[in-house]
Design a protein around this ligand. Sequence first.
Ligand code: FEO
Length: 393
Amino acid sequence: MSRELKNGIFFVGALDRERTLFDGLIPLPDGTSYNSYLVRGSEKIALVDTVEPDKTAVLLGNLEELGVDKIDYVISHHAEQDHSGAIPEILARYPQAQVVTNPKCQKLLMSLLEIDEDRIVTVADGDTLSLGDKTFRFFYTPWVHWPETMCSYLEEDKIAFTCDFFGSHLAGDTLFVSNEQQVQNDAKRYFAQIMMPFRMQIRKNLEKIKALEIDLIAPSHGPVYDKPQMIIDAYSDWVSDTVKNQVVVPYVSMHGSTQKLVDYFSQALAQRSVAVQAFNLVEADIGELAIALVDAATVVIGSPTVLTGPHPAAAQAAFLINLLRPKTKFLSIICSYGWAGKTVEQLKEMTARLQVEFLEPVLVLGRPKRQDLQALDRLADAIVQKHQNIGII
Ligand code: FEO
């Protein structure tokens, strides 16, 4: 079903409530949407992005419902298939349509979707495209989250079309944001899993958005922001260097020793007024872990020793944290072992890309004993001291 944002500008995308996983990685507790927008100018008609290929029929149905018999331009902000996947079908249905994108995205579209070069026109950063009484201005926003990503600004209507930037994985009932807290959480999940590694580049791109006078932000996932300041403020916080007085503890336990250590350590932190979020990796939602990493000053990985190294679940978490590169400042490890092993060394190696100070780990032979619990108290004290030093306590 199409829905009108403003005069002559329609949502024509698709909701996907059944999808539970994105990129084979991100759990989607609230589903997602693939937002495509139709913009009718006095002289030309543009389609802004498309949908995931398996939702092409929904997009075509929405265009039919609106009586669209001509499309002049298909604006492609980003080549990933959840937004570009229906372009070949659109080009087949609307033979006069041209894809409008930037040169990097052009190459990707030709490679990923085999779109003919002669169907694509490229725009440079700052270029405009007139539909008659409506004008798009394009601005490049590289690494949100691919190198070719760009946004556009519809000048007369003050709408920023931002594709993944500000997107939320939410298949909601309303066109505009109706539950700010839910949208912000779903947007943070998306930011954490694909954009957090590019925090510094996104910070620059955010300045480009802030320079615009915006009535609506229309992303390509989730509802449209009719009060855009909310998501701009949230992003400003996420991409800043500011961390919070929080410790994230991803852990796994085999015979209960690591569980005992994590329980004691969590209590020790709470007693010292440090917020702690522990994630049992056997059952944790990886998206929730990623969200927690956006703000946390400290990460402490808990793992038993399997054969000679970390438990595979802890290794996977370390790999993911290293990949996501959160702004975390301090890292430590709590490890139990039966006879020997290199769990600490290997987890340290796996998190080598993080710009963190490594705090004294706690290694425990067998069941945790009194001196082990005292070592956890010392680690909790060290974390308090570090958090005080950077002014977050
Ligand atoms: Fe929503 Fe990068 O695709």
